[in-house]
Design a protein around this ligand. Structure first.
Ligand SMILES: *[C@@H]1O[C@H](CO)[C@@H](O)[C@H](O)[C@H]1NC(C)=O
Ligand SMILES: *[C@@H]1O[C@H](CO)[C@@H](O)[C@H](O)[C@H]1NC(C)=O
Ligand SMILES: *[C@@H]1O[C@H](CO)[C@@H](O)[C@H](O)[C@H]1NC(C)=O
Length: 361
């Protein structure tokens, strides 16, 4: 392992124009913004929110109880936190409740999870469900910074995880959503929010930033809910839009070091990572990369897991999808490993392990 790190460092030194100096090997905290791929239970602590996974059998494979996470165990944010050797970050709304009622004296030193399942980069995405849009997640963080609950040096050394947009793209194709924007203009409006988000977290002190692309959204079992989507293959139009967004997102990520002095950023290629699982399922131990393990109806995508009358598969570890929208914990684990120590097809210009260990500013 040590040898690998050294080798990696050597390669980075040779390949990168950025000056790299060996620094403190630890990341004190991670701050997490996004949707259900990260949400550790914020929606559960939000009484206004109807997008929930706080009932069985969610959580059954790892926590052995529902936590509000939209999978059977840990999310991508949880795995990354564990790779960094940190305790799992608590949902902001849980901490806020405890802080306001006096049971919490200080906000935790390992970071905070602000993500809200169902949210997007666009303010209107699933607004009727009461989800917390990314702009509000940032305001929550900003308030803590303004009130000195998080120290500036900690912010600088922390990793910021940012991932959203699947819900924006999926909703574009909902039958009751009559789009006023062309696909290109819609993707533009998402990227505009990405830019604003990056700008804001940089102003608040973020310097190590990891931004993940969208997976093949058009392959989720919930596409069975859409009248115009095929169920015998992925929804091509939706994937085309996701790829368009991803390409331009990567340009934005690449521009971060020049646009924001002192900041470094990596682009997690979730689309390529996930696509490999679908192309070579057996190689990754999957027997099913199409249907939801838990749900009902076509593709298991017509009913949310845990709702009355749901069915569940006998071995979630063999399924890529846990419920109508979300991967299983096992899929999240494979994705997280690719992001942590993967190659440039998976995360670039370097992986999360390099982002965490080898870089100073
Ligand atoms: C819930 O809705 C009320 C009324 O609109 C609002 O004041 C409150 O901030 C909301 N709570 C959360 C956690 O979003
Ligand atoms: C404060 O909130 C937490 C989280 O909801 C709860 O577990 C605890 O019982 C509350 N304590 C008081 C003193 O109200
Ligand atoms: C976002 O920022 C990038 C890099 O500065 C810029 O090239 C791009 O035009 C911006 N995109 C939008 C949609 O504002």
């Amino acid at each position: 392992m040590d040898l690998l790190i050294l080798l990696l460092l050597a390669l980075l030194l040779l390949a990168s124009p950025v000056a790299l100096v060996k620094s403190s090997p630890s990341v004190p905290a991670i701050f997490i913004f996004g949707d259900s791929i990260f949400d550790a239970g914020n929606n559960h602590f939000n009484k206004n929110c109807t997008a929930q996974a706080d009932f069985p059998p969610y959580g059954s494979s790892f926590f052995h109880r529902p936590t509000g996470r939209f999978t059977n165990g840990r999310t991508v944010a949880d795995f990354i936190s564990q790779f960094l050797g940190l305790p799992l970050q608590k949902p902001f709304l849980e901490l806020q409740i405890q802080f306001l009622n006096g049971t919490l004296k200080r906000f935790p030193s390992n970071g905070i999870n602000f993500a809200s399942a169902g949210s997007g980069f666009l303010l209107d995405t699933n607004k009727f469900m009461g989800v917390t849009p990314i702009q509000t997640q940032l305001q929550q963080f900003q308030t803590l910074v303004d009130q000195n609950h998080i120290e500036k040096p900690v912010i600088q050394e922390s990793i910021f995880l940012l991932e959203s947009g699947s819900n924006d793209i999926f909703n574009y194709f909902l039958p009751f959503h009559t789009p006023t924007l062309s696909p290109d203009a819609y993707v533009d409006s998402m990227l505009d929010q990405v830019n604003k988000t990056i700008n804001q977290i940089y102003q608040l002190g973020a310097r190590r930033i990891a931004i993940f692309s969208l997976g093949p959204v058009g392959c989720v079992p919930a596409r069975a809910l859409l009248p115009n989507a095929p169920t015998n293959k992925c929804f091509g139009k939706m994937n085309v839009m996701a790829k368009k967004y991803n390409r331009r997102l990567e340009d934005i990520v690449n521009s971060i070091p020049t646009k924001y002095p002192g900041a470094i950023a990596v682009f997690g290629a979730m689309y390529s990572i996930t696509h490999r699982f679908q192309t070579y399922p057996a190689r990754y131990g999957f027997s099913d990369v199409t249907n939801a393990c838990c749900g009902d109806g076509t593709l298991g995508g017509l009913m949310q897991c845990g709702r009355e009358g749901y069915k569940i598969c006998s071995n979630p570890n063999e399924f890529m999808f846990w419920d109508f929208y979300h991967p299983t914990e096992r899929t999240y684990h494979l994705m997280s490993k690719a992001l942590w120590n993967g190659n440039k097809n998976q995360i670039r210009p370097f992986n999360l392990m390099a982002l965490a260990t080898n870089i100073t500013f």
